[in-house]
Each structure stands twice: as structure tokens, then as C-alpha cells.
Design a protein around this ligand. Sequence first.
Ligand code: PLP
Ligand SMILES: N[C@@H](CCOP(=O)(O)O)C(=O)O
Length: 465
Amino acid sequence: MRYVSTRGAAPTLSFEEAMLSGLARDGGLYVPETWPRMAPDAIAALAGLPYEEVARRVMTPFLGDAFTADEFAAIVNRAYAGFGHAARAPLAQVDANDWVLELHHGPTLAFKDFAMQLIGQMFELSLGRSGGRVTIVGATSGDTGSAAIEAFRGLDAADVFILYPHGRVSEVQRRQMTTPQEANVHAIAVEGDFDACQALVKAMFNDLDFRDRMKLAAVNSINWARILAQVVYYFSSAVALGAPSRSIMYTVPTGNFGDVFAGHVARAMGLPIERLVIATNANDILHRTLETGRHDRAGVQATTSPSMDIEVSSNFERLLFELYGCDGAATSQLMAELKGGGFVLRQGALAALREGFASGRADVAETAAEIARVRETTGMIVDPHTAVGLVAARTRRGDRATPMVTLGTAHAAKFPDAVEAACGVRPALPPRMCGLYDRAERVTVAPDNLMAVQTLIAERSRAAG
Ligand SMILES: Cc1ncc(COP(=O)(O)O)c(C=O)c1O
Ligand SMILES: N[C@@H](CCOP(=O)(O)O)C(=O)O
């Protein structure tokens, strides 16, 4: 299996090389040259298996010779051993044929743990083998950063720098990033929004001299390995609900388009997904794209689902590449136009997008009403991101005979203020996290300025050769 860049001008790489390099050297994102297919009987055989075994079978075709079968089995087992639920990603019923896929049982209470715990193990083995050292730079609107710091804290071969928007993450998210005391992890509060943080990270990768000197690596979903790990729970949940003999619909609370792209990959591999609903909050560029065919930036507004307060959805580039016939030059052109404000999808691409995806949107008031409604009708307390998904799932549901699964992307206790304001109940952190509010915080505030952030990282990273 080889990986190609969406901009078509970077060398093709193996899985391990793509995992360690993150962004391609031409500024693009790596994607597999072809989608491996799983036959219906191979999908059916996943039913009833432990999550770890499903993960092994789904991911192995993408890995090439990166790890032996035994090494990879051990990586997967270690990655999910710390999850607080035996099923890892259990389904909770919210209506007759509607489900929430609970992805919050990992160490930092968000779906990011599924991929981050895994790639932490993969980096450790790979770097241990080569004796290499890397500088990980990441941008977060709250959850990626906490999951990355948790997965990489104390790993001697990696220094981790996480850029988050100052004042725009929840207190729990911030403390998860600022309270770990290990010297290799660094939280940086940038005076800007998430898109500014993400632009800084991409600019650091595109500064090839800095990139090579610092041996940069990525843990955002620009890293293909992140997406791959997220494909697994589509398979585990779909077979639990009767796939491949029946189709399933999914609604995915969306920001950077990574999680929903993972669903697209599962479908490309043969999983019968009838519909993928892209759910957005008021930052609805993707919803507007589906509605109008115009992908236009309008400015980011702060909402009660802060992890989705994103306008430049990195992984949409991976889908555009496919929609434009894997034409790297056309994809580069679209990305250049997005920098200038936006672009219009060409007819064939828009039709193909609408064939595979639907979309829905929930503003802050609708999100709060949904949290209250779910609490009243089921007793469950959902977080605001999941609530955005549930609103979109209801509006785009269609056929009631097909199960609809909404991805439950975070635990309500990560956003206690918004949840309490919506339903009157303050969700408590799990007991293992009870010390979070008492620990000292360690954070550096930085301007939204590339040179300032690069200087800060260069001073602290131990990877510079
Ligand atoms: C809780 C939560 N829900 C949804 C999303 C959106 O996921 P994606 O960026 O993969 O679209 C994020 C951030 O990534 C998140 O942290
Ligand atoms: N919502 C994310 C934003 C970064 O997304 P990623 O999947 O590309 O890492 C977050 O919580 O940080």
C-alpha cells in the first residue's frame, strides 16, 4: 500500500513514512492509492469480535510492512486497555431505531482517544526501532490536544507542542492540556481562533527548513494514521446493528471533516452505509456547501460546541481530491482559492458530494433544546457536540427502517457549563479525573505569529539536529 499527496507533487510514501511525516511536502494530505475492499463475508465475520480484533482486521490492509502481525496486535491491545468500557465503543439507544455511538470512554473523554492512543503506541515502536526523535506540533479546538498530550506524555522520543485558541476551549479541555507535568509536553495558548492555530501548524510544515531541522511530525487528522484508526468504530457499530445484511446511516458532528471522512473510507471499503450526514454547528461552511455548491468562508463564531468551531476543514481536501478525479493540480487550485475566501464546486463534483453525503445544522439554542429533550425522553445526558449531531440526524433521517447512528463524540462532563445551562444537571467527571481542578497549570501564551511560535518551539524542542 502506497500513499499519495492530494496536491500530486510530493513523493509517494509507505504507511510508516506517511504516519511520521504528517503533511506532505507539497502541502497536501496523504491518502492511500486505492481503497482495500472487505468482502461481505469478511464484514459479517466481525460481528461479536472484541473491538481490538475488529481494529486489527480493518486496519491491517493499510499498513504494508510497518509492523509484524504480532507487533500490531500488541499495539492495538495496549491502545485500548485503558478504556473505561469493555466494548470500547458501545451503542446507546435513543429512539426506536436511533442510536448514539459512545466514543467517550477513553482517557480524555472524547473520540480522539481512539486514534491518539493507537498512534502514540505506533510512534513509540517506530521511533524506538530507528532511534529517531521528533517534534510533534498540533492544533486543537480542545479535544485533539488533550488526547495527544495524554497519549505522548513522558515519551522521550517526542516533544509535543499543542496550539489552542486562548480562551476558546472549555475549562476541562484546557486543564487536560495544561496540568500534565511531563517535560516533553507543552500547551501553547494562541491569541487567535482554531483556524489560526491550524494555519500556524501547516505553515510550520510548509517551511521545509524548519520542518527538517525540528523533525516535525503531526498528530492532527492531517496525519493519515488518525483517520485510519477512526474507521474501525464504523465497522464495529454497523455489524452490531446487522451489517452487511442491512444498511446503516450515520450522522457525524463535524469540524475538521476527519471523523466523517473515516466513515467515507469505511463505505469505500465495502461497509453498507446508506447515508453520511455531516452535522455542523453555526460554523456551517460544510452544510452551506452541500446546500449551495459554494464553499465560502464567513468567519468563525464561538459556540457551545467549541471543538467544532472550525471553518477550514482540513480533511475536506481529501474528499475534494476524490471528487476531482484524484487530480492534484485541481485540488491545489481549490485550496489556493479557499485561502482567498472560497470556491464553487464544479457540477459533477457537487452531484457526487450530494450522492454520498447529506448535511444538517444546529445553532446554540437548538443544541441546548436537544440536550434538554434527550435528558427528558431518555435520561441520557449528551454533550453539545453530540447534540448537534442528534438534531441533524432527526432532520435528515428519512427512512425509519434503517438504523441511524449518531457519533457521540465527547463526554458531557467536558462541557459542564453548557450542559447545565441546557438541562439543569451538572455532569460530573469520572472519579479517576477528580483531581483535575486542583492541579497546577503550565501554559505559554503566544501571539498569532509564525516566527514567534517557531522561536518558542525551537528553544524547547530536543529534536533539532
Ligand atoms: C467533541 C468533538 N466533536 C466533533 C468534532 C469534529 O470532528 P472532526 O474534526 O473530525 O470533524 C471534534 C473535533 O474534532 C470534537 O472534538
Ligand atoms: N476538533 C478538533 C480540531 C482538530 O481536529 P483534528 O481531528 O484534525 O485533530 C480538536 O478538538 O482539537
